[in-house]
Ligand binder design. Structure first.
Ligand SMILES: C[S@@+](CC[C@H](N)C(=O)[O-])C[C@H]1O[C@@H](n2cnc3c(N)ncnc32)[C@H](O)[C@@H]1O
Length: 251
């Protein structure tokens, strides 16, 4: 059964009662992939040194897969137009905790040989470790070359608290060489909690107790740099929703 999600112009105004994990069913009708793609260079993989090899990408919290597929095409495009350079082999694994969204992603996947969508909860340490290691094992790779995590951190933080927010970042860092991160700013947290209260529902379990608050991108960066041996390489600027897209790499 589908839950009706109103058409609004920002996730921070969305109805968290209907989508307490940010699992909006029509997400891409109000935040189309182009909003993020416009900031990400087509030549990203070349720029970070993965020009001609087999590249493994992980998209965490992929929703119905629209952005994953669009990003896959976006990053291959450059290479496809260069005539004499070897064609890159790109494999993308997208996962989301919402099984219905994953079913949609699977049913509309235009590249099933190279893109896979699976249901998985990143906060389930053991299960996610097993599943992701097994995927990497098939390719004989210790890590993904690039991991993308767009607009997921707030939902993990609100639903599971400060420790889970930090361990999400640590998990992501341990999984990849490069991490492209879009963390929701604090104003989105307040709006999400306000919406929940307006619906007469109790607050997100951890909202009032969160000590990590304020500049969320700065908190994420601090943790990744100080605790996870990563460094910020580049900021691709801010999205239409005023969120920065930050690229980190393993030091
Ligand atoms: C706001 S949507 C963003 C979708 C997509 N990443 C994008 O930016 O276009 C957040 C997604 O994260 C997923 N999500 C939230 N918590 C998650 C978790 N613990 N593990 C996996 N996915 C999660 C939700 O189901 C939802 O589809």
């Amino acid at each position: 059964m589908e839950i009706h999600v109103p058409h609004v112009n920002s996730e921070e105004n969305e109805d968290p009662g209907a989508a307490p994990y940010g699992n909006f069913i029509n997400y891409y009708s109000f935040n189309p992939p182009e909003n993020r793609l416009g900031l990400i260079p087509e030549a990203l993989l070349e720029n970070i040194g993965f020009g001609s090899e087999r590249v493994l990408m992980l998209d965490v919290g992929c929703n119905s897969g629209d952005l994953s597929v669009a990003l896959y095409k976006h990053l291959l495009q450059e290479k496809a137009s260069g005539s004499d350079s070897p064609k890159r082999e790109l494999h993308l694994l997208g996962f989301d905790l919402d099984q219905d969204l994953i079913l949609r992603a699977q049913n509309s996947n235009p590249f099933p040989l190279n893109i896979q969508f699976i249901p998985l909860d990143i906060t389930d340490d053991q299960e996610s470790r097993t599943v992701l290691e097994s995927y990497l094992g098939k390719f004989g790779c210790p890590r993904f070359h690039l991991c993308t995590c767009f607009a997921v951190t707030m939902w993990v933080h609100l639903n599971h608290g400060d420790a889970a927010f930090l361990s999400l970042l640590s998990r992501l860092a341990s999984l990849c060489e490069y991490l492209l991160l879009e963390a929701q700013p604090w104003k989105c947290y307040r709006s999400a909690a306000r919406r929940l209260r307006k619906l007469g529902r109790s607050d997100f379990e951890h909202f009032k107790d969160l000590e990590i608050r304020g500049d969320m991108a700065a908190h994420a960066r601090e943790h990744l740099e100080k605790q996870c041996s990563m460094e910020l390489v580049q900021s691709f600027g801010n999205t239409a929703w005023d969120r920065s897209l930050l690229l980190f790499r393993r030091r």
